[in-house]
Ligand binder design. Structure first.
Ligand SMILES: Cc1cc2nc3c(=O)[nH]c(=O)nc-3n(C[C@H](O)[C@H](O)[C@H](O)COP(=O)(O)O)c2cc1C
Length: 464
């Protein structure tokens, strides 16, 4: 099974002329992100070889589209890969996880720093936006042991506090947040290893919401048909992929929560409390490259982030279809162009005007195990089965052409929301919208789309 590592993917981009090397000195505060943003818009990966104050180059702009995952897995290294290919690859790893292999050493242990030798300032960590509270590591996947003994891996943003301290943020959706809560309540010590430049399949698995009893490390193994090679971290014995660039191992102080702010993937600032973490070791390759993912609404962050809900949304669609015999199909749109939350579109074969409201209510209250759909979904839109639910233009068209009565717009103000819905009220509730964009039964046959009869069978090619 083809599986190219982080450096091989960078080399491929270099060969294709899609890797830009910048040797001029850049300031990691604002100047580097300004350039990263422009390079990303042009589809170029980058290496900043000379970052002010840092001992290592800064790389990124790598997985800026689904197609780029083709560089990892396609034998011919073509940039052709769909969202279903990427999400499906992760789900195949979830279905057939493969245990990691533990070795004594590897590229990641070429250099190990402890005690006074630890210095986070050696790394070219970007400060992205005007109101950010400091420099943030955005590409790191955190590895830790959950209370159930399973090794967990997820992306968690980290703010650098000083040479030996950082804040590791956990959203309400994350297993890390649950682990923080458990360790605090049970007064137990907790360690997290933040891995920068992890093997690409692990980046994809870490971004994905995986079942509680399956380790993302083993999911990544399943995605490539062999266990990820690891060594154990010096302080807490956490398994670290040997083919990583840098690992920062830290002890978490759950009784010292510090406020921090970063421009988030939904194009808003997010202020969060995260625990102060004391670095206990740093491991790295001799010539380590520091991976910087552009923060905010940016292609690489969002592309990885869309994987978060792939498996989850498949489950939601199946549950909604199961619950109503008249539901034809369900699509979930999670696209930061329309905000940080999900928009659920449900196509029905309608036989009564009451059906859409019934589904809207049930859909928002659908239990996903750890929360209801309303927590993550801003809008539920019901359409007729002649609408292409995967095409938001068609869905918007239905909304603004088939909604003639005010009662077809359902507004809810009492649902508790995910914290990334930054417009929420202090009691954590936020607006939810249900839209009945179906044709009313009284006008059902009049509100049809104009269609040229036979257009699907008549082919222009046959006339030229
Ligand atoms: C670039 C990037 C940055 C992210 N930053 C955070 C973060 O700071 N905190 C967080 O909880 N989730 C963050 N996420 C989302 C999580 O990685 C994702 O929800 C993952 O499934 C969490 O794993 P877990 O549930 O095993 O903890 C980020 C995702 C990406 C792609």
């Amino acid at each position: 099974m083809t599986n190219r590592n982080f450096r091989e993917v960078l080399d491929l981009l270099d060969q294709k002329g899609d890797l830009v090397r910048i040797s001029k000195e850049v300031d990691p505060k604002f100047e580097m992100p300004a350039l990263m943003k422009q390079l990303e818009e042009e589809g170029k990966a980058f290496i900043f070889e000379n970052v002010k104050g840092a001992k290592h180059p800064s790389v990124g702009g790598i997985f800026t589209s689904m197609d780029r995952y083709g560089l990892i897995f396609n034998p011919d290294a073509s940039e052709k890969y769909s969202f279903d290919d990427a999400g499906g690859r992760v789900l195949s790893g979830v279905a057939n996880p493969i245990e990691n292999i533990v070795l004594d050493k590897g590229p990641i242990s070429e250099e190990i720093f402890i005690d006074d030798a630890i210095n986070l300032m050696d790394f070219p960590v970007a400060t992205f936006f005007e109101l950010d509270s400091g420099p943030f590591i955005t590409s790191a996947v955190g590895i830790f042991k959950k209370p159930n003994g399973v090794i967990n891996v997820g992306f968690y943003r980290c703010m650098i506090v000083d040479q030996k301290h950082l804040l590791i943020n956990a959203s309400g959706l994350s297993d890390l947040r649950k682990s923080y809560d458990w360790h605090r309540e049970n007064n137990k010590e907790m360690s997290v290893a933040m891995v920068i430049g992890a093997p690409p399949p692990l980046l994809m698995a870490a971004a994905s919401k995986c079942p509680d009893d399956v380790s993302e490390l083993e999911v990544a193994g399943g995605m490539i048909g062999k266990g990820i090679e690891t060594i154990l971290s010096p302080d807490s014995g956490l398994p670290i992929p040997i083919e990583s660039e840098i690992v920062i191992e830290a002890k978490v102080d759950l009784n010292n929560m510090i406020e921090n702010t970063l421009g988030e993937f939904g194009n808003q600032y997010g202020t969060e409390d995260a625990p102060m973490c004391k670095v206990t070791s740093i491991m790295k390759r001799k010539d380590a490259m520091f991976y910087n993912v552009m923060a905010g609404r940016a292609k690489e962050h969002n592309n990885l982030g869309y994987l978060t809900i792939y498996g989850l949304s498949k489950g939601v669609c199946a549950k909604i279809k199961e619950s109503f015999s008249f539901v034809n199909d369900v699509a979930i749109h999670f696209d930061t162009k329309i905000g940080p939350l999900m928009h659920v579109v449900i196509a029905i074969k309608k036989s009564s005007d009451d059906q859409p409201a019934e589904i809207i209510n049930k859909a928002f209250n659908l239990s996903l195990g750890f929360f209801n759909l309303s927590w993550m979904a801003k809008r539920v839109i019901i359409v007729d089965d002649d609408i292409d639910i995967n095409n938001m233009d068609d869905v918007e068209w239905a909304t603004w052409t088939r909604m003639g009565r005010a009662e077809k717009m359902h507004l809810f103000s009492d649902f508790i929301t995910w914290e990334i819905d930054r417009a929420a009220l202090p009691d954590k509730t936020s607006l939810r919208v249900g839209i009945d964009a179906t044709k009313d039964m009284d006008y059902f046959d009049e509100l049809v789309k104009p269609i040229v009869p036979g257009i699907d069978q008549i082919n222009l090619k046959d006339y030229l």
